[in-house]
Write a protein that binds this ligand. Structure first.
Ligand SMILES: CC(C)(COP(=O)(O)OP(=O)(O)OC[C@H]1O[C@@H](n2cnc3c(N)ncnc32)[C@H](O)[C@@H]1OP(=O)(O)O)[C@@H](O)C(=O)NCCC(=O)NCCS
Length: 176
C-alpha cells in the first residue's frame, strides 16, 4: 500500500507490538488512573501487552489486532477474538489516543470490527467495559451497543473487573 495520507486501519505486525504497548500505556494513564489506580494499571498492562504475549496473539487465527493510523500516525487500536457463544465476536480492547478522542476514530474502529465480525459469520459483537467508565459506555451506546448484564471477574493479583457486558447485534445492512 502506498502513501501515508488519510485514515488507514490495518493489522498490527509483529514488529509493532512495542509501539502498541507504548500507546496503550499513554491511553491507560490518561483514562484509568482515577478509575482503577496505578497498581492495577501496571498489573493489567504487563498482563495484556507484554511483547511475547502479543506476538503469540498475532499468530493465532482466532484473535485479531488492528490499528488506526492518521497521516501515518498511530492513534488507536482494537483487538477482538472469537466469543464464548457461537456467532459472537468479543471486542477485547478499543483505544484511541487521548489527544484524538471524540473525533470519530473510535467509531471507525468499531465499524471495522463490525465488518470483521460479519466476515467471520458473526451476528453479535460483545465487549466488557468498567462500570465507572462513563465516557466509553457513552461511546458504545452512541455506536449502537446496549448493556446485556453486569459481570464481575477476578483477574488475579488481588484485582477484579467490575464491568458491564455490552452487545451490538449486527445486521447485513447496518454500517455501524
Ligand atoms: C472509548 C473510546 C475508544 C472512544 O473513542 P473516540 O474516538 O473518542 O470515539 P468517537 O469519537 O467515535 O465517539 C465519541 C463518543 O464517545 C463518548 N466519549 C468519548 N470520550 C468522551 C469523554 N471524554 N467524555 C464524554 N464522552 C466521551 C461520547 O459519547 C462521544 O460522542 P460525542 O462526542 O458526540 O458526545 C476512547 O474515548 C478511548 O480510548 N477512551 C479511553 C480508553 C477506554 O476507556 N477504552 C474503552 C475500554 S472498554
Amino acid at each position: 500500500m502506498s502513501g501515508n495520507i488519510g485514515v488507514e486501519i490495518r493489522a498490527v505486525r509483529a514488529d509493532e507490538v512495542e509501539a502498541i504497548g507504548a500507546l496503550a500505556r499513554v491511553i491507560w494513564q490518561a483514562a484509568y488512573l482515577d478509575m482503577i489506580g496505578q497498581g492495577q494499571i501496571d498489573y493489567m498492562l504487563a498482563q495484556r501487552y507484554g511483547a511475547e504475549r502479543m506476538r503469540e496473539e498475532l499468530a493465532r487465527p482466532d484473535i485479531w489486532w488492528r490499528q488506526i493510523l492518521v497521516d501515518g500516525q498511530r492513534l488507536g487500536f482494537y483487538a477482538c477474538q472469537t466469543g464464548e457463544k457461537p456467532g459472537e465476536l468479543k471486542l477485547d480492547k478499543l483505544y484511541v489516543h487521548p489527544g484524538h478522542q471524540r473525533r470519530g476514530l473510535g467509531g471507525r474502529l468499531l465499524a471495522h470490527a463490525s465488518e470483521l465480525a460479519r466476515g467471520q459469520g458473526c451476528h453479535t459483537l460483545v465487549l466488557a467495559v468498567h462500570k465507572g467508565n462513563a465516557p466509553a459506555i457513552a461511546a458504545y451506546k452512541k455506536h449502537g451497543f446496549a448493556i446485556r448484564e453486569p459481570i464481575y471477574i477476578d483477574i488475579g493479583g488481588g484485582y477484579v473487573m467490575d464491568d458491564y457486558l455490552m452487545e451490538k447485534r449486527l445486521t447485513a445492512e447496518a454500517r455501524d
